[in-house]
Design a protein around this ligand. Structure first.
Ligand code: DX5
Ligand code: ZN
Length: 222
């Protein structure tokens, strides 16, 4: 049965082959993917370091679709202007890393970017009730942030439904993005629960045919 909505697919570049980055970027450009999902990790907020500014600059030079940057770093306010200059269209900060979340959201929008908030698996969606109208995108972490290739946490379905209810009740236009462990096994159920954007890293890049895998994710979620 068709869900008749345009679910967006955002391959996570974290799972790309960094020795063949341009090839993998062109694969996304030429696929049915909607966004580039870019994971920035600082080794402090999360126990891993991914890549930083020069790599994102190189990606931006070739990427022809929306660049969705997921900052897993402490004190993200320090880098808002930097990421705008590096080509970010959407900048997502972690709820758990922002003492003054509302101020961070305003600062991201003042730079002309869409403002996103990511929440860890342990963070309750009701904490976003008072800022939901200021948030363009909520990134629900369906794994603990820091690594690709982890198993999907089933409690996420419940969180999507709760968040969808908060968004509707506030007449907000916030998109719900799911990040971590997304495959063809959970994609449709996530969209039926209310998800708008699905991030997929290892499922896409670990496939024999990443382009076909993206097309399949797109097809089963419309
Ligand atoms: C995890 C990252 C994810 C990751 C998803 O901290 O935020 O975006 O790349 O990778 P998979 O799809 O392999 O779980
Ligand atoms: Zn991510």
């Amino acid at each position: 049965m068709s869900t008749s909505k345009n679910t967006l697919i955002a391959p996570s570049v974290l799972a790309a082959d960094f020795a063949n980055l341009q090839r993998d970027i062109e694969m996304i450009n030429n696929s049915e993917a909607d966004w580039f999902h870019i994971d920035i990790m600082d080794g402090v907020f999360v126990p891993n370091i991914s890549f930083g500014m020069p790599v994102l600059q190189a990606i931006s030079k070739h990427a022809k679709k929306t660049i969705d940057v997921h900052l897993m770093i402490v004190d993200p306010d320090r880098y808002i202007t930097t990421f705008k200059n590096l080509g970010a269209d959407i900048l997502t900060v972690h709820y758990e890393a922002c003492t003054h979340l509302h101020r961070s959201l305003q600062a991201i929008k003042a730079e002309g970017m869409k403002a996103g908030v990511a929440i860890n698996p342990h963070t309750n969606v009701t904490l976003l009730e008072d800022t939901i109208k200021d948030i363009d995108l909520v990134c629900l972490m369906s794994v603990n942030p820091g690594f690709g290739g982890q198993s999907f946490i089933e409690n996420t379905y419940k969180k999507v439904k709760q968040l969808k209810e908060i968004i509707s009740r506030n007449n907000a236009t916030t998109l719900i993005e799911i990040d971590g462990g997304v495959t063809n096994q959970n994609a449709k159920q996530l969209v039926e629960a209310g998800a708008d954007v699905l991030v997929a890293g290892s499922y896409v890049f670990g496939a024999t045919n990443p382009t076909a895998t993206i097309a399949n994710l797109k097809e089963i979620t419309q």
